[in-house]
Design a protein around this ligand. Structure first.
Ligand code: OOG
Ligand code: NI
Length: 466
């Protein structure tokens, strides 16, 4: 939307993401250190690996690389979730995907707010993994009541942010002054507050039930708990972290290292211990809380349902064979098992495409464009590719992975919290609380691929391609 005098949601998101990054750098200096390490590593990869550099230049991804990051928050009530959805909508972010974390012993379910159109993603791929506490899974009645009473009293949005959300909804956009105000006001929701909203004793009760519950309930708002930059070489970062005084988690989550990266690989470092002040301590920060951490990710190709099924099968096979949760002691074996099982996953783009495992963006080649006036030219997708009139690049995976997210949660909650919750994925309830359905991410990749083929047929003047 480019109404004169109004600021586009893409622009608001770009600016908000930058403001959030600046705020987090102030709050957690180690995030700044991590950003430097990522930037150095990306620079090294770009100068030493021509294939990667060419690819990033060709796809334009090079322009979004430095500003690329995701964050995560955890909210406590359906009302908070529904309003967060409205707040993110001002920045052009929609809820995509449903993630059930109960299998990892974490009583939340989640979605990712992000831009959905490839043009918007190119402007700013900022995403926020957003989890909602599942009170229904806490069977201690008394504690559930305590949680409800505490959460009922808090308002995580500033009055001005709420007004600006309403204004956006009424007018379909914000003008420049309102957009700037909105960014500042929205930021307040994600800020860290060292003053808890509970007594030391209440905190202990919440914490004893689950560390995550204390994090969601005991504070004024859903502080951003990590911001994750995107690296071009996660293995190098994993190795480089200790030199910078950062201890990474034992294993990198996701697929193994490959020639053609797929989906998402992630690693994090342990949450920091921070001093907090409970309400019965006269504002003296003598309590402590661990919640905020650092994470790095490397993104690869988006997989089709067939590709995703193969990924899930191979990942499960490797984990089954390992026989236990990946940890320090079995990290090497886990990595070898992953390598071994993923040999079955084709590792060149031609095969990945022929077998329908990956989504692609298709685009006309210079030869294709030069041949437009030829009397005879191929007009099916396969022929155009075979003749070199159309080229293709994998679409970047813009989402998250439930098993990986579970590993990230776990590494920051400590092993003592591996509770189990009775089988309870509940997307319907989540959507009711959210106030709308979550978008299926696979349809988004399929749409982007289809649009790229349509553009090829228009530019090359051939019948619509499928
Ligand atoms: C979210 C953990 C999941 C990821 O990148 O998979 C996540 C949280 O700890 O709140 O951020
Ligand atoms: Ni994350």
């Amino acid at each position: 939307m480019n109404t004169p005098g109004f600021v586009s949601p893409d622009e608001i998101r770009t600016r908000f993401s930058r403001a959030m990054s600046d705020m987090y750098k102030d709050e957690v200096p180690l995030y700044g250190t991590l950003m430097e390490l990522v930037s150095q590593t990306n620079q090294q990869v770009l100068t030493s690996n021509k294939t990667v550099a060419d690819y990033l230049n060709r796809t334009g991804e090079i322009e979004r690389l430095d500003m690329e990051r995701h964050g995560a928050i955890r909210v406590g009530t359906p009302e908070e979730l529904a309003t967060i959805a409205r707040l993110f909508a001002v920045m052009g972010m929609q809820p995509v995907g449903y993630y059930d974390l109960t299998t990892a012993g974490v009583p939340v379910h989640s979605t990712a707010f992000r831009a959905v159109h490839e043009k918007s993603l190119q402007a700013s791929p900022f995403r926020v993994f957003t989890s909602l506490l599942r009170l229904d899974l806490i069977d201690n009645q008394e504690l559930r009541h305590l949680v409800q009473t505490i959460l009922k009293k808090r308002q995580i949005f500033t009055p001005k942010a709420l007004k600006l959300i309403e204004k956006f909804e009424a007018n379909g956009a914000l003008d420049s002054e309102d957009a700037e105000d909105f960014i500042q006001q929205a930021l307040e929701t994600f800020r860290w507050h060292r003053e808890a909203t509970v007594t030391a004793e209440e905190y202990k009760r919440l914490h004893d039930q689950h560390r995550l519950i204390a994090d969601v309930v005991a504070f004024k708002g859903p502080h951003i708990n990590h911001l994750t930059p995107r690296t071009l070489d996660i293995d190098q970062i994993q190795l480089g972290m200790p030199d910078k005084g950062i201890t990474p988690k034992a294993v990198i989550e996701g697929p193994p290292r490959r020639e053609c990266p797929i989906l998402l690989r992630q690693t994090s470092f342990k949450a920091l211990q921070e001093t907090v002040a409970f309400t019965d301590q006269n504002n003296n920060a003598c309590g402590s809380h661990t919640a905020r951490f650092g994470e790095i990710e490397q993104r690869g190709a988006a997989l089709t349902p067939k590709g995703r099924a193969l990924y899930d099968t191979l990942l499960n096979a490797a984990r089954d064979e390992l026989g236990e949760f990946p940890n320090e002691a079995n990290a090497e074996r886990y990595s070898a098992l992953l390598e071994q099982h993923f040999k079955e996953f084709p590792d060149n783009y031609a095969d990945l495409r022929k077998q329908g495992l990956v989504y692609f963006r298709y685009f006309p080649s210079p030869l294709g464009i030069a041949s437009r006036s030829n009397a005879y030219r191929p007009n099916s997708r396969e022929e155009l590719i075979a003749q070199g009139h159309i080229q293709y690049e994998p679409l970047v995976y813009e989402d998250f992975l439930p098993v990986s997210a579970a590993g990230i949660f776990q590494s920051n909650l400590g092993d003592e919290s591996q509770n189990h919750y009775a089988g309870s994925s509940n997307q319907e309830e989540f959507e009711k609380d959210l106030g709308c359905k979550v978008i299926n991410e696979l349809t988004l990749y399929a749409d982007t691929q289809r649009r790229s083929l349509l553009e090829c047929s228009t530019i090359l003047v051939v019948p619509p391609l499928v």
